[in-house]
Ligand binder design. Structure first.
Ligand code: NAD
Length: 525
């Protein structure tokens, strides 16, 4: 599919092609299909939302709000498929993941273009979004060693104990708008390669690139019913969280919704992992490498228009490092704001007009509360994309911890800055913030770094690394308002999340064994 014909074409790059069969095109605007039991089918929904290109406002697709019967059908298909999928040999499951990763590589530029159109991020960053998810698929190819149990020989005379890591059943995943490739790929590949079946509910704001990846999973050989997709918002999410046949729910999104999902699904007896909002600090010590640190800070604050859960949104300058603030402003001013499809773009549009209005109102509130607007990105107009949801890089100085620009997740290209006297003050400040997703320390002192990593209460810690998203053999994590549930996505933790440990204690008798009589104690003899 090309963009619908009413979409203005700005450049050669401003086109995308999608996989035939993923959309119902009989009603003009393409309507995203559901995936149930291996078939891409039309929803009978009565309500729809729209996928809107954030750089142009053009409607790319309609997204149905799946009916309760469709959610039930997706879960029933997953439940039926679980019966055979759970006993499918591990090697067969891994081979599907090997084919899947090869297909993602083959289609990467095409899916990146779809992602840029629906989400707004630059083409290079869209490729990064897919590649960070692809790494999880590559890791899923080695589940044979990840899902190993343990074995202890002779725990008592002739008795061995061993563990099995068995799949748990039908799992559900609910994903946010900001990483429509990476986060679905955090979820369903690891869930299904462990032997579970899955129902995915992508973000209704940008489900098109997610559906491209789902189509590749089907093409790679994921059997009917093992992976299913429903669409919608709150009603569909709540139906998944309360469905009696779903055993586990993975959620990534805002703290408000994630807390609701965690509480609702837990109350209904499910395992839940809820990865939520953030206010990520970068602490800059005066001994840091100035050039490297400021470049890292500006890239992490304004890349992806500040809509990464690991974006740096607060800079904390320690001591004399506060003198570097004007350099941050001058670097931020140089960033190019434009549509993601345009070469050389640093900062694309934010996801929606609503998001833009919210970001601008928080900036205004910061000024009203007495902070200094050192660089104000409101009112940016991009020639050729006058209707785009653009907010330029914004730097706010003189921020105090009670101000809304500090207490709230802004999720836009806005960096708020604070000054403190010592590393201890910086650690106390970060630990007092309600969120605990990511943090960075910039220094050349190993002693300061070691103290920081030990005392800071944040899930992902970067030492001179601005966006420390762990590679897939580790797990993503978080503290306080950024995570609920003890096991995070991917890595070893997610294998634990998606499997149930069974402990077997076994003794075998041959015909020559001598009876020791009846034993009425608990001890093994
Ligand atoms: P969101 O919470 O609005 O939406 C996430 C999902 O929840 C979507 O699929 C949406 O349809 C659904 N949803 C929305 N409102 C709901 C409701 N009232 N009840 C039930 N379900 C509902 O999040 P978003 O705006 O799509 O994504 C941005 C947020 O995600 C930011 O807060 C960001 O920090 C966070 N995020 C966190 C991580 C992490 O790993 N910690 C990663 C990416 C994004």
């Amino acid at each position: 599919m090309k963009c619908p014909s009413h979409i203005a074409k700005h450049t050669e790059e401003d086109t995308m092609s999608t996989t035939p069969g993923l959309y119902d095109t009989t009603h003009g605007t393409p309507t995203v299909r559901l995936l149930i039991n291996g078939e891409f089918i039309d929803s009978l929904a009565s309500e729809y939302s729209l996928v809107i290109n954030p750089a142009t406002q053009e409607v790319l697709a309609r997204v149905p709000c799946s009916t309760p019967a469709e959610v039930d059908a997706a879960v029933a298909a997953a439940q039926a498929a679980f019966k055979t999928w759970k006993t499918t040999p591990i090697a067969a499951r891994m081979r599907i993941m090997l084919r899947f990763q090869a297909l993602i590589r083959e289609h990467l530029p095409r899916i990146a273009a779809v992602l840029t159109h629906e989400q707004g991020k630059t083409l290079a960053d869209a490729e990064g979004d897919i590649i960070r998810g692809l790494e999880v698929v590559e890791h899923a190819c080695s589940v044979g060693t990840l899902q190993l149990g343990e074995f202890a020989e002779n725990v008592a005379g002739g008795v061995d104990t061993y563990t099995l890591r068995q799949p748990i059943g039908v799992c559900a995943g609910i994903t946010p708008f900001n990483f429509p490739a990476m986060i679905p790929l955090w979820m369903f590949p690891m869930a299904i390669v462990c032997g579970n079946t899955f129902v995915l509910k992508p973000s209704e704001q940008d489900p098109m690139s997610t559906m491209e990846l789902v189509a590749l999973a089907v093409q790679a050989g994921v059997p009917p019913g093992v992976l299913n997709v429903v669409h919608g918002g709150k009603d569909v999410v709540d139906a998944l969280c309360t469905h009696p046949s779903i055993v586990a729910v993975s959620f990534v999104g805002s703290t408000k919704v994630g807390t609701h999902v965690y509480e609702l699904a837990s109350r209904h007896g499910k395992r839940v992992q809820s990865m939520m909002g953030a206010k990520n600090h970068a602490v800059i010590l005066p001994d840091a490498n100035k050039e490297q640190s400021l470049n890292a800070l500006v890239g992490a604050a304004f890349g992806a228009a500040g809509q990464r859960c690991m974006a740096t949104s607060v800079a904390v300058f320690v001591g004399a490092a506060k003198d570097w603030l004007p350099d941050v402003v001058s670097r931020a001013k140089l960033l190019k704001v434009n549509a993601g499809v345009q070469p050389g773009t640093d900062v694309g549009p934010v996801i929606s007009q609503r998001a833009k209005a919210r970001i601008e109102s928080l900036i205004a509130h910061g000024a009203e509360e007495g902070a200094d607007l050192l660089l104000d990105g409101r009112g940016v107009v991009v020639p050729g994309y006058e209707r785009g949801n653009f907010v330029g890089p914004t730097v706010i100085g003189g921020v105090k911890t009670h101000m809304q620009v500090y207490t709230q997740e802004i999720f836009g290209p806005v960096l708020v800055t604070l000054n403190v006297d010592t590393l201890d003050d910086a650690i106390a400040l970060v630990n007092a913030n309600p969120f605990g997703n990511g943090v960075g320390l910039f220094t050349q002192s190993g002693a300061a770094a070691r103290k920081f990593q030990s005392e800071i209460d944040v899930g992902q810690v970067g030492i001179n690394v601005p966006i420390p998203v762990p590679v897939p053999f580790f797990s993503f994590t978080g503290s306080r308002g950024s995570k609920l549930g003890d096991l995070g996505p991917y890595g070893k933790q997610v294998v634990q999340f998606y499997t149930q440990t069974k402990t077997v204690t076994a003794r075998w008798f041959d015909d020559s064994s001598v009876s020791t009589g009846v034993n009425t104690t608990i001890s093994l003899r």
